[in-house]
Each structure stands twice: as C-alpha cells, then as structure tokens.
Design a protein around this ligand. Structure first.
Ligand code: HEM
Length: 130
C-alpha cells in the first residue's frame, strides 16, 4: 500500500479513538515551555477541531491535493503572524508520532515511516512560508 493510503487508514483509526487530540496536545504542550507560551490564550477545544482538519490537509496533500490550504497555514504560522519558528515543527512531529503509536492499535514501523514521509512533505510547504 502507498504511504498516503497507509496514513489515511491510520488516521481513521486515530480519529475513532476518543481522546486522540487530547493526548496530542498533552504531549505537545509538555514538550517545551516555548510551545505552552504560544497557546496561553487559546481555546483548546476549538483548537483540537482545527487540528483535526489541519492534519487531514497534510494527508490529502500527500494524495495529490493542491497545496493551497497548506500555503495558507504557512502564512498564518509565519514570522509576521503566529511566528512559529521552523524548529518547533520537530516537536510537533514527535508529539504526533507518539500519540499515533498510542492510539492506532495497528501502528507498526511501516505505518510510522509512512506518517513521517507524508507529514514531512506537507510541513516543508508550511515552513517555506515562514
Ligand atoms: C493555529 C494547524 C504546527 C501553534 C493553527 C490552526 C491550524 C493549525 C489549522 C488554526 C488555523 C490557522 O491559524 O491557520 C497546524 C498544523 C501544524 C501546526 C497542521 C503542523 C504541520 C504548529 C506548531 C505550533 C503551532 C509547531 C507551535 C507552537 C499554533 C498557534 C495557533 C495555531 C499558537 C493559534 C492558536 C490560537 O488561535 O490561539 N494551527 N499547526 N502550530 N497553531 Fe498550528
């Protein structure tokens, strides 16, 4: 199966796990004070819904969707707006992979590698907007 399809199926299993997004933000916020600082004024309930769609955009991009939505994320996360420095995406990726490993019962080394491939491609588009 292609990396994009492995990821699509894995993401379906993750979204069916009720506290997937809670776990992700628990890991992500725990990873650095720099991350916690960025979310001090954020409604985390709303943020979880936005992230659900954001990850879907990364997955759909790997399946051939144009990069319009990712370039918009690049703009909102850029120096002039949210100012998310490129190295913070490493923490984001680590927190997400850890969360996937915990919530997707079928996650193995191939699935993790497929996620890395898919996410890195989309993250490169977002970082390019910094
Ligand atoms: C907002 C997705 C990485 C911090 C958002 C939104 C989405 C999103 C969809 C809401 C819409 C928007 O503002 O454009 C993603 C995706 C990421 C990512 C898919 C990884 C590829 C990061 C990282 C940080 C971060 C690494 C670092 C702290 C924020 C903040 C907001 C935000 C602070 C605004 C929260 C608020 O409204 O208070 N993100 N994001 N994001 N993101 Fe990200």
């Amino acid at each position: 199966m292609s990396a994009a399809n492995l990821v699509m199926q894995s993401y379906g299993r993750c979204c069916a796990s009720p506290d997937f997004f809670d776990s992700f933000y628990r890991h992500f916020l725990a990873s650095s004070p720099l991350i916690r600082e960025k979310f001090v004024d954020t409604d985390m309930g709303a943020q979880k819904q936005l992230l659900r769609q954001g990850i879907l955009n990364l997955v759909m991009h790997a399946r051939g969707m144009p990069d319009t939505k990712l370039r918009a994320l690049g703009e909102s996360h850029s120096r002039q707006h949210l100012d998310i420095r490129p190295e913070l995406y490493d923490l984001w990726l680590d927190a997400l992979l850890l969360t996937i490993s915990e919530h997707d019962k079928e996650c193995d080394a191939d699935v993790r590698q497929a996620w890395r491939e898919v996410l890195n491609k989309g993250i490169a588009v977002i970082k390019a907007g910094y």
